[in-house]
Design a protein around this ligand. Structure first.
Ligand code: KDO
Length: 336
């Protein structure tokens, strides 16, 4: 007869191998899951960071055990602006990319980097969910090897200054070192606003404002709050200069390998994420000015007609406008 201790040893050995088998099985499952690496410079508190959890939850629910979604915020996986190239190379599956990213390879997309073209968030959704968006996204897929899944509202960009200044027209921003992201399309927007555009990655803006290497920055108000720029600035100038978008996009390599059902579920998850972002961001924009006033910031409204006229004229005369397809601006304006 076996002793109690021999029996116990046998039982222990059996449990250890059962656990090892379980471990191997879950490893095998993780390996068979399709990786969905996401990279974004967004800070955790911002809506276009939180939307990725909505994406992940929706996908895990609709396609259990099929995708391994990994969310990387704060540009921890890829530097801001390098995501489209990483997706095209197959090193990254998903990101939220800007009109400015697209304009680099699809020059006509620069029409959406121009100030005062898109009127408001509703106009933005109509333009991108209609025939204009459809044909632009087709070119984006051909030239950038990424597929746009949904359009999210990043917010309406405003000027945010380190020191209080009387800003009525673009001339009043003369000499102001206004931080912009580092591509020529962004810098052009900063110059069109009348400032001296200064390139800097998003992750360095807080310190730049704190130390005074820049005099200001532009971003939508929910981002000014989420990234805590209000702690190191004294004024918001409500220029409303760009109704900005961020497009949820997937690498074509990944997209083309999905089954039709998976494609449908990934697209639905991206749409749910954008909807979550849009609703929350719009709600926050509607209430947020009081928050900044409580923080001691001056919130001022400039001469919006002067800003609009000057920015629109600057773009109309620029090389950017030369590559906008004939009639496109009118078609955008006429989208209601
Ligand atoms: C920024 O760097 O100002 C910007 O708002 C540009 C956007 O296109 C986008 O990259 C955004 O930063 C990041 O997602 C951080 O919010």
């Amino acid at each position: 007869m076996k002793s109690v201790s021999t029996l116990r040893r046998g039982f222990l050995a059996a449990s250890v191998s059962a656990m090892a088998l379980c471990g191997m099985a879950s490893q095998a499952l993780a390996q068979t899951k399709i990786p969905m690496r996401i990279s974004t410079p967004a800070v955790p508190d911002d809506w276009h960071a939180k939307m990725w959890t909505v994406f992940k939850d929706a996908l895990d629910k609709s396609s259990p055990n099929q995708f391994d979604t990994q969310i990387n915020l704060n540009a921890s996986l890829f530097k801001q602006g390098t995501e489209p190239a990483a997706m095209a190379r197959g090193n990254l599956e998903l990101s939220s990319i800007s009109a400015f990213d697209m304009a680099k390879l699809v020059p006509e997309f620069s029409i959406f980097t121009a100030g005062y073209v898109v009127r408001d968030p509703a106009h933005q959704q109509k333009v991108f969910s209609g025939p204009i968006g459809e044909s632009m996204f087709k070119t984006v897929s051909e030239k950038m090897d990424v597929t746009v899944l949904s359009t999210a509202y990043l917010g309406t960009r405003q000027v945010n200054l380190r020191e209080v200044r009387n800003v009525k027209t673009p001339a009043d921003l003369k000499g102001i070192k206004l931080r912009m992201p580092g591509t020529k399309e962004w810098l052009f927007l900063g110059e069109a606003l009348g400032a001296t555009a200064t390139p800097l990655a998003f992750g360095e803006v807080y310190l730049g404002l704190k130390t005074g290497t820049i005099d200001g920055q532009d971003n939508p108000l929910p981002t000014v709050r989420a990234a805590k720029f209000y702690e190191v600035t004294k004024q918001l100038v409500l220029t409303n200069h760009l109704v900005d978008s961020i497009f949820i996009a997937i690498s074509n390599k990944t997209w083309n390998a999905l089954t039709p059902a998976q494609k449908q579920n990934v697209k639905a998850a991206a749409q749910a994420a954008a909807q979550f972002n849009n609703e929350n961001r719009l709600k926050e924009e509607g209430q947020i000015v009081d928050f900044f006033k409580q923080q001691g910031l001056q919130v001022t409204t400039p001469d919006l007609d002067a800003f609009q006229k000057s920015v629109q004229d600057t773009y109309a005369k620029s090389d950017y406008a030369k590559v906008w397809p004939a009639g496109l601006l009118e078609r955008i304006n006429n989208t209601r």
